[in-house]
Ligand binder design. Sequence first.
Ligand SMILES: CC(C)(COP(=O)(O)OP(=O)(O)OC[C@H]1O[C@@H](n2cnc3c(N)ncnc32)[C@H](O)[C@@H]1OP(=O)(O)O)[C@@H](O)C(=O)NCCC(=O)NCCS
Length: 194
Amino acid sequence: MTLKMALNTQHAAPTLSSKNIYLRPVIKADYSVIKVYRQDPENCRYIRPAESDTKTMAIVEQLSQPWLFSLGHWNGLAICLKDDDSLVGEIAFRIEDWESQRAELGYRLSGEVAGQGICSAAINLLIDYLFKELGFFKLVAKCDPRNIASIRVLEKSGFEKEAFFKLHYLMGDEWTDQYDYGLLFNDWIAKKPC
Ligand SMILES: CC(C)(COP(=O)(O)OP(=O)(O)OC[C@H]1O[C@@H](n2cnc3c(N)ncnc32)[C@H](O)[C@@H]1OP(=O)(O)O)[C@@H](O)C(=O)NCCC(=O)NCCS
């Protein structure tokens, strides 16, 4: 199995759909909505200190570009509700190791819609796309052990905890622990109907 795209090439970000949500390319006009949760200290609690307007604008600018398959480059999609087309979060991936066909996932959701299974629906859509359409062999995610909601999202999707790193990440002025989670293509296919 190899990746189905070439290194350092661009790819139009797809639109992916499930029963209640869809994922679509980010556009620059999403900035005002994305800014609200990206600058909410509670939302940022286990990720990094809340961002400045300039930083958020730069991230929205990057996420609104076509996907770029280069090492470490984050490619994202907006998470939207089918009910009213509102943007409620974002989900992204970056290639961690090209030869080993491995990518890292990250996600954020507005606190207003937390606990309704929306992030789980979003991650399942992206996982399916990354494995089946792009050919990744393994997906990984890193999270703070105190981030119970994120751990639940990962474990509900079949990710397994593979490592614990003590005082691994400097978040503002706080050293934090990290769990590394992993999900293999074969395990995803075995659990999900193709
Ligand atoms: C993590 C996050 C994306 C989860 O989104 P979500 O849409 O609420 O996730 P889901 O509803 O799909 O699942 C959350 C699960 O965690 C559970 N949960 C949430 N907080 C919990 C807590 N304090 N204790 C126990 N369970 C908790 C929910 O009950 C749910 O589990 P269930 O489906 O078994 O009931 C969202 O909370 C978020 O954006 N947080 C801030 C950004 C962030 O931390 N991103 C992840 C970085 S690793």
